[in-house]
Design a protein around this ligand. Sequence first.
Ligand SMILES: NC(=O)c1ccc[n+]([C@@H]2O[C@H](COP(=O)([O-])OP(=O)(O)OC[C@H]3O[C@@H](n4cnc5c(N)ncnc54)[C@H](O)[C@@H]3O)[C@@H](O)[C@H]2O)c1
Length: 390
Amino acid sequence: MSTARPGTQNRTQHRAQNRTQHRAQNRTQHRTQNRTLRVGIAGGGAIFRNHLEAYRALQDVEVVALCDIDAERAGAVAAAHGIQHAFGSVTDLLAWRGADGRGIDLISVCTPHPTHEAVVTEAAAAGVHVLCEKPIAIDLEAAERMVVACREASVTFGVLFQRRFWPAAQRIRAAIDDGTLGTPILGHCSVLLHREPEYYSATDWRGTWASDGGGVLMTQGIHYIDLLQWFMGEVVEVHGHMATFVHGDHIEVEDSAVATLRFASGAIATVQASTAVTPSLGVQVRVTGSTGATAQVTEFPEGTDGRVDIWAAGDSVGAQETWPSSLNPNVDLAAINGALIPWHRAQVADFVDAVRTGGTPAVTGEEATKSLRILLAVYESSRTGKPVVF
Ligand SMILES: NC(=O)c1ccc[n+]([C@@H]2O[C@H](COP(=O)([O-])OP(=O)(O)OC[C@H]3O[C@@H](n4cnc5c(N)ncnc54)[C@H](O)[C@@H]3O)[C@@H](O)[C@H]2O)c1
């Protein structure tokens, strides 16, 4: 990895909290630093393989067990991937003990968003470190309870936002930190994606407010809202609109949304997100700083590594084609998830390092709550017609 670790600038806010956590984690560290870490994975669906391969790329880490509420799936997926133990509940997974009496040290949570809280808090209560998929939760109260549960149990808690590990994202973050861009003043986040109706019907939980918590903002947009706020700082006001244009006969959540954001620094930004775009135009996150310099990271086609396609500073403009016509924009979901594996690997490595050293992972629960707060404010603003001021 190059330059700044993702999340660096936000860590000072939690220093006091972290000191307490570090003391407790130091005790854990003594127990874990010289031996193979045992990992369990909850949820054997689409994103499971990214976590499995990420852990398997690390030394002295072993994925020993998988659980899924669909016990048959747990057994079949575990067998197909050479995982020794399979369970039908997280409770049974956490109760598992090896011949030496030791259970798992950490768990990856790859279950649908509304189940994250129950899995994370049960794992924390069992003294197991937790790496949870995004979004951390579908409401702020649940996110807060998860953060508190992990803090009180003195376990390390990380949340997946693997795109922060793109070298392109790191380069922009570093240019903000070293003054090349100056203080961010203007931002833009464009998430123009395509989803087939089958994407929503393939699982029993996508597309409803109760079981998915939202649409394009909650599931896809959150990654890039996270990047935007990581670049630009604390958001203090959100005004948004949402609509369902093409997926209305099979989902109740939004397939499209726009928002304006105002930051504590006085900076402003716009967001647009949709899964109603055919073909997909991928994603751009763009920042202009107080020096006048602008940088943009593009992910096109969706699932490819972000690349800096605009770097304009002083009197020079370095630009690549944002949408090269030689690239096929129509990638399927399995290919998108597969292409994310290197970045899951980078974040899982960071998390395991934090567990071993008693350090702070790049994206903590508090950090992961920021993007959730922003997108929930878009929903609220869209419903009330008024801006939401934090
Ligand atoms: N970081 C990323 O880029 C990325 C990409 C895809 C998905 N995700 C996230 O990963 C999570 C899972 O998504 P998915 O696409 O793999 O979903 P999925 O529906 O394909 O798989 C979820 C699995 O979890 C199981 N499950 C449900 N409740 C459970 C429980 N309480 N305990 C154990 N197992 C349970 C289901 O039976 C299913 O097998 C979501 O929160 C999603 O947002 C993140």
